[in-house]
Design a protein around this ligand. Structure first.
Ligand code: ZN
Length: 174
């Protein structure tokens, strides 16, 4: 049995006094099905679903579609594009966002819908990876207002997030 020194105990107590436990809460809306979405969100999700057909995914056999709605009313879609040199491929979300920014420079992005389709052809959840969330966060800063993120989810439910801060807390920006 070892005894803690008075100095060690004092150090622990001191840190307990200044340390605070914090919680980050995430709020989002859940719709029971795509049909329950507001019309604009439903339309954007439909375009994301259509975009899964354009995926190039010979390695994963997993298709992802994304559709970005811009402030000028235009919609730009994207899908995952794989490559035999795996890191050279790109996610559907970034394919769509980069294409949107290239086609409509400086036009703010308002909403993005994302959906997956598995090898059996069934729709499924495809939540954005960390890199796509980071890219979304910068386009949100450029837009000057929150980008709404619409995610097809398990069991056919749809999750709607108001802004990237909910999906990427403490995000990097400058
Ligand atoms: Zn990604």
């Amino acid at each position: 049995m070892s005894l803690l020194s008075a100095e060690t105990i004092f150090s622990h107590v001191k840190h307990l006094q200044i340390m605070q436990n914090r919680t980050i809460e995430i709020k989002y809306k859940e719709y029971p099905s795509p049909d329950a979405l507001p019309a604009e969100e439903r339309l954007l999700l439909d375009k994301a679903i259509q975009a899964t057909a354009t995926a190039y995914s010979p390695y994963s056999h997993f298709c992802v579609g994304a559709a970005v709605l811009l402030a000028n009313g235009a919609t730009v879609t994207g899908s995952n594009q794989e490559n035999v040199a795996y890191p050279s491929g790109l996610c559907a979300e970034r394919t769509a966002m980069f294409a949107a920014s290239a086609q409509y420079p400086k036009v703010p992005m308002r909403k993005i819908a994302i959906v997956g389709k598995n090898a059996e052809g069934e729709l499924c959840a495809a939540t954005p990876c960390g890199a796509c969330r980071q890219v979304m966060s910068e386009y949100q800063d450029v837009a000057g207002e929150n980008i709404e993120i619409i995610l097809y989810s398990e069991g056919g439910t749809v999750l709607v997030f108001d802004g990237i801060d909910t999906l990427l807390p403490l995000r990097f920006s400058f």
